[in-house]
Write a protein that binds this ligand. Structure first.
Ligand code: SAH
Ligand code: SF4
Ligand code: F3S
Length: 451
């Protein structure tokens, strides 16, 4: 088999943080002269940016890796890299398990890829998992989209939810400065990007680690202040942010979202469980009543806001009655979308060691029941869009129908309509909604010029 010498491939698992890290690492590789290869088998450098949030995410990585490790036995010049959260969790152990690896690098080291590869070039196997201060990246990310972009605002997480590996693998909170964030957004605006999603595992924690308090004693840099500060960046039409934590979500933030026209009326606020005792065991720091109050307040200010969340079923010790409290919350709140998962014990987390683990049968039965309710509720919630005129930011062609384009409403509903992607990419188009499904919409364009 012939492979061209400097082609790279990245497969990304996991959340938006990993996607953003992969875009930065791709930018570094291209800066070094590598070219993208869609097919890993044509690449001489393969990077897996990995996720370990649940056991099945981790196992997926090993099966991908196994195949390429075999290939490396025949092709010694293949460079194999594991980055991201499995790399951080396993460190040296990963080299023992897959000796063919050249580089194991945790998420905090993403911006150091060039340095690390130079060390690999000297003939070393490298493990980079020590905690470091994340330096501002001077290389341009290679972004997947030319319309929407992620911008990291805070790395890491200082919470200690008892089920979660993220604080172990992503390290302590590190906020970027408002100036660095605004400068990145301004550049994106100049390049023609229209929508920015500000990213953090717990984005409400933004600024807690930056110096400065106001006269009233609150941190000078909060997410709310950041929204005001970046709102007028030219050419950027929409701003989103994720993920919000109910413990820190404030009315001041809700008011800012209402007041600032570019901030979209979509809130992703995981609740995890609708039962107070389970929330306590998870160490989430709020009650289901507080969660409901947050949603009520959002809906007081913005009655049509769309709300999405994450939930876990089958947490250790969860009784049928406690699970039903989660169903009740979902029944009452009517989420636009809910990411659901069966609890998966993770290494190094407190809940993994508890003795009151539930069986896989109980967990998967509860997951199915919850998913069933979610799709009924989301379908009902979608009905409100029927016949309405929605603003859609066109991102791409519909992969299943090239006569259609697709984009998202302000409320984050995926929407399809007939049109030519060459004319419409990156445009805000008014679309009359003619068909509604649980998680997506179809409509007809009213204007083919920007709204
Ligand atoms: N920072 C966000 C979520 C990060 S992880 C928050 O605080 O909500 C993304 C989602 O994965 C979580 O919201 C949770 O629903 C799920 N998750 C995390 N750990 C899990 C585990 N051990 N088992 C099952 N789901 C888990
Ligand atoms: Fe994990 Fe909790 Fe941090 Fe979210 S807030 S990343 S669930 S520890
Ligand atoms: Fe997974 Fe790491 Fe994100 S564990 S969910 S990729 S922070």
């Amino acid at each position: 088999m012939t492979t061209s010498p400097r082609r790279y491939h990245i497969t990304t698992f996991g959340c938006q943080m990993n996607k953003a890290d992969s875009e930065r690492m791709a930018g570094i590789l291209e800066d070094m002269g590598f070219e993208w290869s869609e097919d890993p088998n044509d690449a001489s450098l393969i990077l897996y940016n990995t996720c370990t949030i649940r056991d099945n995410a981790e196992q997926k990585v090993y099966s991908y890796l196994g195949r390429q490790a075999k290939r490396k036995q025949e092709q010694a010049d293949l460079t194999l890299i594991v980055a991201g959260c499995v790399a951080q969790q396993e460190g040296e152990a990963l080299l023992r398990r897959v000796p063919e690896l050249d580089l194991v690098m945790g998420p905090q080291h993403a911006n150091r890829l060039k340095d690390l590869l130079e060390q690999v070039g000297d003939g070393n196997q490298i493990v980079a998992t020590e905690p470091i201060h994340i330096v501002e990246d001077i290389t341009k990310p290679r972004r997947d989209s030319t319309v929407t972009a992620w911008v990291n605002v805070i790395y890491g997480c200082n919470e200690r939810c008892t089920y979660c590996v993220v604080p172990n693998v992503r390290g302590v909170e590190q906020s970027r400065t408002p100036e660095a964030i605004r400068a990145e957004m301004a550049e994106l605006g100049q390049q023609g990007y229209k929508e920015i999603t500000l990213l953090g595992q717990n984005i409400d924690a933004y600024g807690r680690d930056l110096p400065g308090v106001t006269e009233s004693g609150r941190h000078q840099h909060t997410l709310t202040d950041l929204l005001y500060y970046v709102h007028d960046v030219p050419s950027i039409e929409r701003i989103r942010f994720a993920t919000s934590h109910p413990r820190y979500f404030t009315e001041r933030l809700i008011r800012a979202c209402k007041e600032l026209p570019k901030v979209c009326e979509h809130f992703h606020i995981p609740f995890q469980s609708g039962d107070n005792d389970i929330l306590k065991a998870m160490a989430r720091g709020y009650t289901q009543e507080k969660y409901r109050r947050i949603i009520d307040t959002i809906r007081d200010y913005m009655p049509d806001a769309s709300i999405s969340a994450d939930a876990i079923v089958g947490f250790p010790g969860e009784t049928e009655a406690q699970f039903e409290n989660t169903l009740k919350l979902v029944e009452d709140i009517e989420f636009d979308q809910l990411n659901t998962a069966a609890y998966s014990p993770r290494p190094g987390t407190p809940a993994a060691l508890w003795e009151n683990q539930l069986s896989e049968e109980v967990k998967s039965d509860r997951l199915q029941r919850l998913n069933h309710l979610v799709s009924i509720k989301a379908a009902a919630r979608s009905q409100r869009y029927f016949g309405r005129i929605e603003e859609v930011l066109v991102e791409d062609q519909n992969p299943k129908d090239s006569s259609q384009v697709m984009g998202r409403t302000r409320g984050n509903r995926l929407t399809f309509f007939s049109g030519d992607i060459n004319q419409l990419k990156g445009q805000l188009v008014k679309v009359k909604i003619t068909e509604v499904r649980a998680f997506s919409l179809t409509g007809e364009a009213l204007t083919l010029a920007p709204c």
